[in-house]
Design a protein around this ligand. Structure first.
Ligand code: ADP
Length: 394
């Protein structure tokens, strides 16, 4: 069974083709185009690249195309795309202006180009649909809640990958199975005691931290939009609701300009004044740039804040997992986040931590009660797996 996963940006198309034959999960092909001006041509070129590489003979070899869609009104989980799903995505364009419109455009082009191939959406919000309501609700009037002003959560594919893989690595196949079956049986498949409590830290260009109990998310740092939680590369993260009207009035900005500054001139970029990339910021900090140092410190403090939140929310943790660009590659950030937590049973092995880049590893000390791990994430594989599960369940 060959499943194409298409990642649609406003000016980019990236893809991976997976083959699930004979119980294996094989990445057959990956590629992409940046600065796409002609999207129909980009899709054509993608299909041509798959054929040239011998990965498919023709379009009918594709069992499905899966998309890592973000958010839709009244629809989540992993679903077959039809007009109802597209309309639900369109209804929430305002909540995800950078993501939903390009996905709608791209998906409609795929509908036309490969009409016989099932198209499947795995929403980034899906992983949070079973989180307890108090963790997902803002204290707003009901009318606000009813139009979608609530926590939704994002990075769901990545955190779900961590939920499954961490459970496997921790010897809890029962929990891994529950996480795998989440969207088909609503997380009802049985697990044995004791609870497995994992705190998943996706730290990258954008970052979020999720508490996961027995394979099911209990809450996450990103709220109504991906504009919240930890400081992001150039987006602000959490911000007091009064800050926007105050800055608009005091600095004489339009709301649109204030939003632009909060989404493009803030986060690590705004704080450091150097770059939105941790590599450049770290270099500057090492050369004595105080703003760059502060950007790193704010990022670390925010990560600790959210880890602490889920540590309390779950009554402790069995594992803390680091993933994504920063989590997988930046030992000094991991060390700063885990510093001085021995009272909570969190102790890093400095050498193992320093030696770990982009590979699965336990980086905590032998006497650390909480295991600290690095697990490279694989969001596209999650989309492909869920797409396969959906097709097989039908
Ligand atoms: P995105 O969220 O855009 O996919 P990534 O997960 O790649 O981004 O994370 C980007 C961040 O991770 C940057 O701050 C970058 O410095 C850091 N990063 C990514 N890859 C590496 C690497 N190989 N070595 C060091 N830092 C890295």
């Amino acid at each position: 069974m060959k499943i194409l996963v298409a990642n649609l940006g406003s000016t980019s198309l990236k893809w991976r083709l997976f083959d699930f034959s004979n119980g294996a999960e094989t990445l057959l092909h990956k590629g992409g185009f940046e600065r796409v001006a002609d999207y129909p041509k980009a899709i054509e070129d993608c299909l041509a690249a798959l054929k040239d590489a011998g990965a498919i003979a023709n379009e009918s070899d594709l069992a499905a195309v899966g998309f890592k869609t973000v958010i839709a009104k009244g629809v989540t989980g992993c679903v077959r795309i039809d007009d109802r799903v597209l309309a639900a995505m369109e209804a929430f364009n305002g909540l995800a202006p950078a993501h939903n419109p390009p996905y709608l455009t791209g998906i409609r082009l795929f509908v036309r180009r490969v009409p016989g191939v099932p198209l499947v959406a795995l929403f980034e919000t899906a992983f949070y649909q079973f989180a307890p309501e108090p963790m997902m609700r803002y204290a707003v009037p009901p009318a606000w809640h009813d139009i979608g002003v609530r926590r939704w959560g994002f990075h769901g594919a990545s955190h779900k990958f961590i939920a499954e893989r961490s459970a496997q690595l921790l010897g809890r196949d029962d929990v891994a199975r529950r996480a795998q079956s989440l969207y088909l049986d609503a997380g009802k498949s049985p697990v044995s005691a004791p609870d497995l409590r994992v705190i998943s830290c996706h730290l990258g260009g954008s970052s979020s931290i999720t508490g996961i109990r027995n394979g099911v998310a209990i809450g996450t740092s990103m709220g109504m939009s991906p504009q919240s939680g930890l400081p992001q590369n150039n987006r602000v993260g959490d911000l007091d609701a009064e800050a926007l009207p105050y800055a608009v009035k005091t600095l004489g900005l339009t709301v649109a300009e204030a939003q632009r500054q909060l989404t493009q001139e803030s986060g690590l970029k705004g704080l450091s004044g150097v770059s939105n990339d941790i590599r450049d910021i770290t270099t500057a900090a090492e050369q004595g740039n105080a703003q760059a140092r502060r950007a790193l410190d704010v990022f670390v403090a925010s990560a600790r804040h959210w880890i602490g939140s889920y540590f309390f929310g779950m009554g402790g943790a069995d594992a803390i997992v680091f993933t994504a660009g920063i989590g997988e590659n930046r030992a000094e950030i991991r060390a700063a986040i885990c510093a001085n937590l021995d009272q909570l049973g969190i102790i890093l092995d400095a050498e193992k931590n320093a030696a770990t880049r982009s590979q699965e590893a336990v980086i905590s000390a032998a006497d650390s009660r909480v295991k600290v791990m690095v697990i490279p994430t694989n969001e596209e594989l999650v989309v492909a797996r869920e797409t396969k599960r959906l097709l097989e369940a039908r």
